[in-house]
Design a protein. Sequence first.
Length: 156
Amino acid sequence: MRPRFFAVYSIAALVIAIDQWTKLWAASNIPPFIGYNVIPGFFDLVNVRNRGAAFGFLNRSDIEWQFWLFFAAALTAVIAIILMTRSAKSNKYLFTGFGLIMGGAIGNLIDRIRIRAVIDFLDFYIGDYHWPAFNVADIGICLGAMFVCLAVYKQK
């Protein structure tokens, strides 16, 4: 296996493992829709399900087609990352970003296949202003996008 694929797949596997372990922990230890206050006025641990995407987009229980949309999007992202990894010039930032994004996409895809929703458990807020709950896979995707942007920026 070429080093670039080893790097991407290793990072993806690490993100998937941490993501699935933390979701299992949250689902096993936090009652649904009840939060545990960790930092008053700023951070809670919750146990919610998101059938949609980022920021609750299409998070509705009365439709089923969003499952197939996000399933196809995750598979397309993984295939695109594999193809781009094959053709890209060696770049540690790019391959780190690809691994993080791939791991996040697969981590959330596992949830979608298993329970038809994604387990979210990190809830940040200030007063009544809440950031939508998220998980480790979401962190991987966001950090991965930042690494890909950094790779593009450093090439100029």
